[in-house]
Design a protein around this ligand. Structure first.
Ligand code: TXA
Ligand code: MG
Length: 321
């Protein structure tokens, strides 16, 4: 079973030996390995049970280090980098040969980000290689936002989890690149789209296409609980469930229902704050998935700010196949 602690030297030792470590970031926990070591990278795919056509994000602590493994940062992306790093932003940049093809699934661009978490930033500063790190969950399941989530699912397979508390943002990073001269969003995430457009103007959004070859990981069904998950109008779904007498759980933005008995219900943000909702999303989904309910009913958030990224995750959680 993985040790859990805050010992950066221990984490560093395992990573230098080619082993994997769970690391905290402001978005979700990552399953990290040496990005320049093909064996460590292969271990990441194997541990997560992730198909090798789904590329990984490379993490480091400075733009200077990034420039040593990419072919440059085009102007509008440079602006985003300077403004939002460290933070929940991932950029797709042309890679140099030093980045193994396995990391990018053979694509020319590598996904890069500087995460905003004090422990992980200190760890990255002390390493002389960057870290490849997907979210630390089995492929297709809910992303982890606490060290205990990582331990529950991958604890048997890795030696160490660096415990950095609960993730501040709670949604994966927003993925941005350039296509035909246009700033393009490949995954809605923890960096609010409005902040990006304020800086670089209109953007193209490609994140909803499940067959998008530039971001093969964005499969339609993802972030999925193991229970049946139904998205809709809770004012209709809840009475329907009560009538069917099925044990069910409820996930709302801030609605409360008077339910007898053990039906668990979670409000993502009692005050309707979408930033708070994002932070709670994966933890509450996980608790519902582990509850006695056999069906989970949930509602979409308002389609603005982080609501759009939350809705993207909710739709993928509800998608079948
Ligand atoms: O917030 C995050 O981004 C977290 C933390 C740990 O940094 N990481 C994360 O990684 O969410 P993962 O592997 O769960 O999701 C990475 C996404 C995948 O959908 C993948 O397809 C896409 O990034 N991606 C990675 N490299 C890419 C590339 N070269 N081109 C296009 N998409 C890429
Ligand atoms: Mg993931």
């Amino acid at each position: 079973m993985a040790l859990i602690g805050q010992d950066i030297n221990k984490a560093k030792g395992f990573l230098e030996a080619g082993q994997l470590v769970g690391i905290p970031t402001e978005t979700v926990y990552g399953l990290a390995g040496n990005a320049l070591n093909v064996d460590a990278v292969a271990k990441i795919f194997q541990t997560k049970n992730r198909p090798s056509f789904d590329p990984l994000i490379v993490h480091t602590d400075s733009i200077e280090k990034i420039n040593s493994f990419v072919k440059g940062i085009p102007e509008p992306l440079q602006q985003l980098a300077e403004k939002f790093w460290p933070g929940p932003l991932t950029l797709l940049l042309e890679k140099q040969d030093i980045i193994p093809d396995l990391v990018t699934a053979g694509l020319n661009r590598v996904a890069v980000r500087i995460p905003k978490h004090p422990l992980t930033l200190r760890l990255l500063r002390e390493l002389d290689f960057p870290l490849a790190a997907p979210s630390a969950n089995p492929f297709g399941y809910i992303s982890p936002t606490k060290a205990s989530h990582v331990a529950q699912q991958l604890g048997e397979q890795i030696p160490y989890i660096l415990d950095g508390g609960s993730c501040e943002v709670g949604l994966e990073s927003t993925i941005v690149g350039i296509e035909e001269g246009k700033v393009t969003i490949y995954r809605l995430g923890g960096l609010d789209l409005n902040l990006i457009t304020e800086l670089v103007g209109e953007v193209e959004i490609k994140s909803h296409s499940s067959s998008n070859p530039a971001a093969p990981g964005l499969l339609k069904s993802h972030y999925a609980p193991s229970k049946e998950f139904i998205l809709g109008d809770l004012n209709e779904l809840v009475p329907e469930m009560l009538q069917r007498e099925i044990p069910f759980g409820v996930l709302s933005l801030n609605k409360r229902f008077s339910l007898d008995g053990p039906s668990p219900q979670f409000q993502l943000s009692p005050s309707g704050d979408l930033v708070e909702a994002a932070k709670n999303l994966f933890d509450y989904l996980r608790q519902l998935d582990q509850s006695g309910a056999s069906v989970i009913v949930a509602e979409l958030m308002p389609e603005h700010g982080l609501g759009r990224a939350i809705n993207d995750r909710l739709r993928r959680a509800a998608a079948k196949g």
